[in-house]
Write a protein that binds this ligand. Structure first.
Ligand SMILES: [Zn+2]
Ligand SMILES: [Zn+2]
Length: 368
């Protein structure tokens, strides 16, 4: 039995001990204290919250200053009480295996927005543990092999007498000579120092699907860290970071951009060529276009990661007022103002203006 003991098993073990130690039946000196100690241990082990603290820290309250510390002064620690309940941690298990699965690895990869729109193949450098090519994960120098441990005769465990609240009891502990493996490696592989794996750098080409965003993780099975002693490899996770683009701002699978047009073009109407991720597109500016108007180019946004199709590209028109006029231009504009009865123009106040939409969007998205 071990730390995995169920509530029912703990209760049974407690009842057995309590019957033996209860002051009503046991008048031996110290039996009262032992009964209290066992009862306290039972309270801890049967309270799921306290149990969790004990299981994760090996200490009551997660510190050395708890009840367990107090017990140590009397010659037994909390672990001893636990062992008393269950006859020693790890009792009855066979030798431990050297082979362990490797850990997962995580690397970050930066891509440009265009690669997120269409997907790409990306070369990445990864450094992980790989199976040692010299010993092929056996941990032994070629031509040698592990031999059975002389101390534990292959069981991986040794018997140990410990003082506990019930006096001297035998518990089992991992064999110190072989670290519980049951075998020793007399001549560890020189390349991997007997670990069965070495660190290695390699280049992988990964397929980044269209539609990924910052934070998307791509899982590559079996490309993580190799395990010890030929254990299977963990997985490799590639986390995507999408670089900010100087022109396009992404919102979900839609893209946004501003197109600045001269005041005269906005008033008279024109066609302007604009570069998109799909090449040049003609944007038709109709006569009388206002700042903040949006032209939507359907299907020129980011490819949907799941499902079919793409988002849209929204082109926000910004009308540019000339900042410098020469004498002739100024004269012409004054004539125009006169013809339009706007020499002494008054502004109109209202809330319907849409000019700030794109600025607000950019703020909200933080330019990612
Ligand atoms: Zn090796
Ligand atoms: Zn041993």
């Amino acid at each position: 039995m071990s730390r995995d003991a169920t509530g029912e098993e703990i209760k049974k073990a407690y009842r057995k001990l309590a019957r033996k130690l209860h002051p009503d039946v046991n008048t031996a000196p110290g039996a009262g204290d032992e009964f209290k100690a066992v009862t306290h241990a039972y309270e801890v082990l049967s309270d799921p919250q306290k149990r969790r603290v004990y299981d994760t820290t090996g200490q009551e309250n997660g510190t050395d200053n708890g009840y367990g510390g107090g017990f140590s002064g009397q010659g037994f620690g909390f672990q001893d009480i636990f062992d008393t309940f269950f006859g020693g941690a790890g009792g009855g298990r066979g030798p431990a295996s050297r082979t362990r699965r490797g850990q997962d690895a995580l690397i970050n990869v930066r891509i440009d927005l265009k690669d997120a729109v269409f997907g790409t193949n990306k070369k990445i450098d990864v450094e992980t543990a790989v199976v040692c090519p010299t010993c092929d994960g056996s941990c032994c120098q070629p031509g040698t092999s592990p031999r059975t441990c002389d101390i534990c005769h292959g069981s991986g465990q040794v018997q140990r007498a410990v003082r506990s609240i019930l006096g001297q009891v035998m518990t089992t502990a991992p064999c110190g000579s072989c670290q519980g493996f049951g075998t020793v490696i007399p001549d560890p592989c020189h390349e991997c120092a007997g670990e069965g794996r070495i660190r290695s750098r390699r280049t992988l080409t990964i397929k980044v699907p269209a539609g990924v965003a910052t934070g998307t993780r791509i899982q590559l099975s079996g490309q993580g860290e190799a395990g010890t002693a030929g254990g299977p490899q963990g997985d490799l996770y590639v986390e995507i970071r999408v670089n900010a683009d100087p022109v396009f701002v992404r919102d979900g699978d839609d893209l946004h951009a501003t197109l600045t047009v001269p005041m005269t073009a906005a008033a008279l109407g024109t066609v302007i060529s604009m570069d998109t991720f799909d090449g040049a597109r003609e944007i038709s500016i109709k006569a009388g276009t206002q700042s903040g108007e949006i032209t939507t180019l359907k299907g020129l946004g980011v490819t949907h990661l799941r499902g079919y199709g793409r988002g849209d590209l929204m082109v926000h028109i910004q009308v540019e007022t000339p900042q410098k006029l020469d004498a002739e231009q100024e004269e012409l504009l004054r004539q125009l103002a006169s013809l339009r009865g706007e020499e002494f123009a008054e502004g109109r106040v209202g809330s319907g203006s849409s000019t700030g939409v794109f600025a607000k969007l950019r703020d909200r998205l933080g330019n990612h």
